[in-house]
Structure formats: C-alpha cells, structure tokens
Design a protein around this ligand. Structure first.
Ligand code: C5P
Length: 398
C-alpha cells in the first residue's frame, strides 16, 4: 500500500524521535518516497544527517537554509505529500495543530497540505492525560486528522503509564491498513476504454472523431485512486496516463476489440468510454489515393460493437458500464442501450448541453441504472464527473 506513496514524516522534540530513524527505514523499505521535516526541538534529539541518509532525501528543518539561502517551499511540500505522519508529535506541536499556530516549517506544511494527516503522540503520562492535551486531540480529530494512540509502558521519566509512542512497525501497519480502507476497490481489476479510434483509408488518411480521451482518462485515474488495478485501453490521444495505470495503446476499432476481449474475462468492472468508430473503410488502399477530377466513393463496413459483444458474454459477477453520447431523444436511446447491450449502468451525455461531450474539460451527465432509475448531475469538471461515476459504480460493486 505504501509503494510509491509520497510521505512527509514530521519529527518533534521528544526522546521518541530516536524511533523515527526506524520508521523512515521501514517506510523506505515499503517503497515509499520519504521527506523528513524536523522541528527545531526535534533536531536536538536526532540529527538531520541520520534521517537524510535513511530517507535518501534532504531533511528540512526551517523555511530556508541559512548557509545556502535555499527556500523550502512549504506549499510545494504540502502538495507533494500523499500523506503526512508526525511521529513523534509533542504536546507542543499538537497544541499548534489544534489552534493553527504556524511558527515553523512543519506546522506551515501541515496547514498547506490537502492529504490525510496521522499523528503518533509521545509524552509523559501526566502531559498526555492533561485536559488541554485531550482537548487538543479531540480538536485535531475533528479536523479530520487521525491519531495513532500511544501505548502504556515505561516512560523516559521513569514513570509508568500511557504516553509511549507507538512502535515504528505498528505505525507502518496502521498506515497500511488505513490506506487499504480508503481504497474500496482494492483487489478489483478494472478495464476502461478511452479516446477515439482511427480507421485507415490509405497509408496517410483515416476516419476519426473528436474524442479527446479526457473523460476516460479521468475515470481510469479515479478508479485507480480507489485502489483498483486499472487497465486503460486508449485510442490515439495526447492524454497522459497516471503512474498507477497499465496503459494499452490501440489505433483502430479492430485493435481495441482485440485488446478488450483479451482483458475483459479477468475484469470485475469495465467502463467503456471510448468513442469507437461504427464504420470503417471496407478496403484500405495500400498506396496513397491520388486526387481525381471526379468525386470519390468510399465503401464502409460496420465495425463490431465491442460493448455489445462484452455484454453478450458478461458473467453475473461482472459490472459493465457504457456511455451514450446523443444529440436527440437522448434518454430513450440511453435506456435502450442499457437493455440491448446488457449494461449495469449507462452514462448519458448530450451534445445539446454546452460544455458537455468531446474535447471540453467539463461534462454534464445523467446516469441510468439497471432498474432504469435516473440520476441527473450538474455540469462539472471531468475529474468531478469521474468521481460521480465512481460513486455510482461503488453503489453496485460488491
Ligand atoms: O451504440 P453507441 O455506439 O452509441 O454506444 C456507445 C457505447 O458503446 C460507448 O460506451 C462506446 O464505448 C461503446 N462502443 C463500443 N464499440 C463500438 C461502438 C461503441 O464499445 N463499435
């Protein structure tokens, strides 16, 4: 779960900071990219050199390095992170998180970040039990942060009680489980098609369409974020696929058919978003067709409807989602497709809605489920539309 995750580890002033070295080691071993931020007091307990060597990245201690004058951009660091873990977090930093005090790089990065934040407190038992600390814990949980509770045991003061930071192994497995839980499609194999197809006329010309692939790529990205193993079968498009996806590039409807039929049997969920050509030239000229005085007639033949052929062999555990891009009598056509192609969901977008359909960064959809229940959505960015489609899929996925 931690592989390729960008993790910021914040280390505060506490004797438990010695455990941070082990924590970095375990995170790196799990495949994470780790950047460490030490608070000024944290640097009294463990050296930047130790943590930089283990994390294989520079360690950040302040807004700018005095010697070099190099600026550590807190906003950039905050946005880089997929998750932040502050371990150990002291009573002092906890209070800063609870009140928004932002007097060092770690607290500034915390305020800038949009990712999940986990904290593993470490302090003496009376500090931990103090009403202020407990109030601060409640407050930061209220802000959506997660606390990895301290354990009972011998403390650095010689006292015995609650306040020992969770062990690095426990923290790693806590993070691992938390990520797993935030990924409801973990373990699912999903196929998504996107983009247009090009049907060759001769070596230099083709019949294509205006599909940009943006919608399909956004759906594939969102499904991957939910933990699915996504294979994206893409027609010719300039879109860039996210790191998490397996991308298969195709050009023609025939190539897309071949790729889809080989991936489909293993797919739990399939979302067919590609604008596949319905017709292709019957003959592809081997040489460039020369201009003539008279007109030119091309004979076209039907391509195979990939979605319909997958619907015909679909097993009961498989979910199949199709698109309908219509210009008239939209809802009836969409419902017809749902039944005819044996779909579980059909996503209708109408070219009558400005800002919907091809090329644009926005879309407006209506979703029909098997019971022909209709959900109408507002015009949104294609990323947000993809999120709505994922929510609809999650509702029917077991
Ligand atoms: O019937 P129509 O082409 O409008 O249906 C659109 C849906 O069917 C889309 O989900 C599209 O990806 C899929 N399709 C396909 N193979 C074709 C034509 C369309 O998979 N040859």
């Amino acid at each position: 779960m931690l592989k390729n995750k960008n993790i910021i580890l914040g280390v505060c002033g506490s004797i438990a900071a010695y455990k941070s070295a082990f924590l970095v080691r375990l995170l790196v071993k799990a495949g994470a990219n780790v950047k460490v931020i030490l608070t000024p007091d944290g640097a009294n307990f463990i050296t930047p050199l130790t943590l930089a060597t283990l994390s294989k990245n520079p360690v950040y201690t302040q807004y700018f390095e005095e010697e070099t004058g190099v600026w550590s951009n807190h906003v950039e660091l905050g946005l880089w992170a997929d998750l932040i873990i502050i371990a150990p977090i002291s009573a002092n930093t906890l209070a800063k998180l609870a009140t928004g005090i932002c007097d060092n790089l770690l607290t500034a990065v915390y305020l800038s970040a949009k990712c999940p934040v986990y904290v593993a407190p470490a302090m003496d038992l009376d500090m931990w039990k103090h009403e202020t600390t407990q109030n601060n814990i409640e407050r930061i949980i209220g802000f959506g942060n997660t606390v990895i509770a301290p354990a009972n045991g011998e403390l650095a003061s010689g006292l015995w009680g609650e306040g020992r930071m969770a062990e690095p192994e426990e923290i790693v497995s806590f993070l691992d489980n938390a990520i797993k839980e935030s990924m409801p499609l973990y373990g699912k194999k999903i196929m998504v098609t996107a983009g247009p197809t090009y049907e060759a006329i001769d070596p230099v010309r083709f019949i294509g369409n205006h599909s940009s692939g943006k919608m399909g790529f956004a759906i594939a990205d969102e499904l991957a974020k939910l933990g699915a193993e996504v294979t994206l079968i893409a027609g010719p498009t300039a879109q860039k696929a996210g790191q998490r996806l397996r991308r298969v590039d195709v050009v023609s409807a025939r190539e897309m058919f071949d790729a889809c039929t080989s991936v489909f049997p293993e797919s739990d969920i399939t979302v067919m978003c590609a604008a596949v050509a319905d017709y292709r030239p019957k003959q592809i000229a081997t040489q460039k067709i020369k201009k003539q005085d008279s007109g030119l007639v091309l004979e076209l033949e039907k391509t195979t409807d990939i979605l319909a052929s997958l619907g015909a062999v679909k097993k009961t555990h498989q979910i199949l989602v199709g698109f309908a891009l219509e210009t008239n009598d939209e809802e009836n056509y969409a419902k017809g497709k749902l039944e005819k192609k044996n779909l579980d969901l059909v996503i209708l977008n109408s070219l009558n809605d400005t800002g919907a359909g091809f090329k644009s960064d926005t879309n407006k959809i209506t979703i029909f489920n098997k019971a022909l229940e209709r959900t109408v959505f507002d015009m949104k960015s294609k990323t947000d539309v993809a999120k709505d489609i994922c929510t609809a899929i999650l509702k029917i996925a077991k």
